[in-house]
Ligand binder design. Sequence first.
Ligand code: SAM
Length: 142
Amino acid sequence: MEPVDFSANAPGLLIPKLPDYLFEDDGLYTPEVGEWGEKKYALVGRYDRLFSTGMKVKWDVRVYIDLFSGAGKARIKGTDKIRPASPLLALSVPDGFNRYIFCDNDNRCLDALDTRVKKYYPSLDVTFLKETATSWLTKSQV
Ligand SMILES: C[S@@+](CC[C@H](N)C(=O)[O-])C[C@H]1O[C@@H](n2cnc3c(N)ncnc32)[C@H](O)[C@@H]1O
């Protein structure tokens, strides 16, 4: 079996390349993550894409909820590598979710994510929750 290539934006089976602008420094708030982030985001992006395409024939409506969303991009610690983080990976899937809900209790993260979503995905249905995950879950009685 071929080893999995976790390097940034490496295409694989059924995995299209992501746009270069998701890997660029856009000057907005971008938290640092450890070098493990490289592997994490490669796996998360692959899973998002496999899940959303696989489930589109099973469920008519698919909602993506990320209660600890972060800012949408992350910088790999000690490097100048920028990676699309979980929200932008989910927004990029070829068979998109019908609705996206992003929650974070850090205004710097949600403000940066809001700006990135307006810039890169202006037509998608996205709700931002500036509160703790617990407070939203309590109100929603999920
Ligand atoms: C590890 S980071 C971002 C993770 C992001 N899902 C990703 O993979 O790129 C976790 C985020 O959760 C936020 N956070 C921490 N505690 C929270 C809480 N109780 N409710 C909502 N957000 C919280 C932090 O501000 C931070 O941006």
